[in-house]
Design a protein around this ligand. Structure first.
Ligand code: FAD
Length: 478
């Protein structure tokens, strides 16, 4: 089955039956109707429908090299700069449907599979297991599978001197190996959409690459035996789009993943106890670069939503004439234009890697991954500063359907807006900057790509500073 529609996606997730712990119970019955998951699964379904609409087919899909069928754009291995542009445009079309509020639209992980598969030869390792990523990728591409992923160990003790007791694994590690596959025990953080995607992709955990029991990568069905997902509290407080415009639709859920002697067949393993191969996977496949190209495309769309919301707040309550208001909104504009510049420059300076993929320039994307965790919380703050009490003076739809409506209509009107419209809009602003959903989005943008402090160090270490030092030297020489 090639590129699918929303109904087909929902059907698959409905039949998945993965083990998901939510609020003290495992979920049984139709997960697509569960209050905590209905919204996000419905929003994903909309993405799948969109890709098959006649006018979107050309951008959102392409013809599979192996079957000739139409498959999702994000699976496409770019070989020209124009291919990167198409990837960006497709990612942004999907981002527009969610306001960029869903970080884990399926194109994120599809992109990782694409890049890893193209470079399988580079990290196949002594045991050649790396080549297995090709069939994992092809299967996902031809069936339009969705994936979640995990690569972080539980946050028990991050001190440099900490080593785990091997007998009581906390971070997921290999505990047994047989002629059929490997067995994993322990936990991993933090799979967004864990349990509600077809498969779970497990990548090697960064800081643990010195012990080979931790060096593994694989993809298994989310419904695999002895695999469970433990949810946090849901931030879907109601189904009402009026009351919770974002949370009701785009709350993705984050989960801890627990492997309890989970069996992974060899054909699903693409890295095993080969530290050299793990290093190549991270440094030579460029999969992280492609991931940030997708992420930045989405973040730009999300930033546009912040600009539009800030501007509308200022018009709604008549503060758009004040200098400091313009200055604050200009800050968002600056952020947008900087990030746009970084994205486009990554494409302009793209180069082919050894696998023949056209890879966006890493430097601007690394800069963006360091900058956005600083910009985004400021965007959030600007909405709070401009909206002030309006951000919390937000009666519900039930209030508007009650006898108090005439008071609301009078006292909550805007400069040029009816009260209901104004409150609906301010509820959106609240869901962007002050609700539980908004708080999760902020921590997401700070951390989803890794710890920003260590990303900065990575940028410093990677960046070629020599031309700048040479400039200093040549100037001093006179
Ligand atoms: C909402 C959300 C969704 C996420 N979704 C996913 C997902 O889908 N898949 C996935 O794999 N991951 C996901 N993540 C996890 C994300 O990758 C991690 O949050 C990120 O890598 C940071 O790791 P950590 O949370 O364990 O923080 P920690 O590494 O524990 O860091 C906590 C603090 O300690 C400092 N610190 C810790 N160790 C060091 C060190 N060695 N040197 C210097 N400072 C250090 C950090 O700078 C930070 O200030 C998600 C995270 C969030 C918040």
């Amino acid at each position: 089955m090639p590129a699918i529609n929303g109904r087909q996606m929902k059907e698959r997730i409905r039949n998945l039956n993965s083990t998901i712990w939510f609020d003290g119970q495992t979920i049984t019955g139709d997960i697509t109707a569960h209050p905590a998951f209905k919204g996000v699964i419905g929003s994903k379904a909309r993405l799948y429908d969109f890709q098959l609409e006649e006018e979107n087919l050309e951008l959102m899909t392409y013809r599979s090299a192996s079957t000739g069928d139409r498959v999702g754009r994000s699976f496409h291995p770019p070989v020209k700069k124009e291919d990167l542009e198409l990837r960006r445009l497709a990612a942004q079309e999907w981002a527009k449907l969610t306001g960029g509020m869903m970080g884990r639209t399926p194109d994120y992980m599809n992109t990782a599979l694409m890049a890893l598969s193209a470079s399988a030869e580079v990290f196949k390792g002594k045991n050649k297991l790396g080549l297995n990523i090709q069939s994992i990728y092809e299967n996902a591409r031809e069936k339009d599978l969705t994936l979640s992923h995990t690569y972080v160990t539980p946050q028990v003790n991050r001190s440099l001197g900490y080593f785990e007791d091997k007998e009581k694994p906390i971070a997921a590690r290999v505990v047994k190996e047989s002629s059929e596959g490997i067995y994993i025990k322990g936990a991993r953080l933090l799979a967004t959409q864990g349990g509600i995607t077809d498969e779970l992709l497990v990548l090697p955990a960064g800081g643990k690459l010195i012990e080979d029991d931790y060096v593994h990568a694989f993809s298994i069905p989310s419904s695999a035996e002895n695999l469970k997902f433990v949810c946090r509290e849901s931030f879907v407080y109601s189904e009402s789009h009026f009351d919770h415009p974002l949370g009701s639709r785009f709350e993705e859920m984050d989960t801890m993943v627990i492997f309890d002697n989970t069996f992974v067949p060899w054909e699903r393993v693409f890295l095993y106890k080969d530290i050299g191969a793990a290093m190549s996977l991270f440094s030579e496949t460029n999969f992280n670069t492609f991931l940030y190209h997708q992420a930045l495309s989405r973040q730009l769309t999300k930033s546009q939503l912040f600009l539009g919301t800030a501007q509308l707040i200022s018009e709604t309550i008549g503060i758009d004439e004040y200098q400091h208001v313009k200055e604050k909104i200009s800050e968002i504009i600056c952020g947008i234009e900087m990030m746009k510049g970084l994205l486009l420059s990554s494409e302009m300076q793209a180069q082919q890697n050894q696998a023949g993929l056209m890879v966006p320039d890493e430097n601007p994307l690394m800069v963006a991954s360091v900058m956005y965790p600083k910009l985004y919380p400021r965007f959030v703050e600007i909405l709070q500063l401009l909206g002030a009490s309006g951000i919390v003076t937000i009666p519900t739809i039930n209030d508007f359907n009650s006898d108090v409506r005439k008071d609301l209509d009078h006292y909550l009107q805007g400069a040029d807006t009816a009260a209901k419209e104004r409150v609906q809009f301010f509820r959106l602003a609240w869901d962007m900057c002050s609700s539980a959903f908004a708080g999760r989005e902020t921590i997401y943008e700070r951390f989803f790509f890794g710890d920003p402090a260590r990303l900065s160090v990575g940028l410093y270490n990677h960046y070629n500073k020599k031309p700048s030092a040479d400039l200093v030297a040549s100037l001093l020489k006179g």
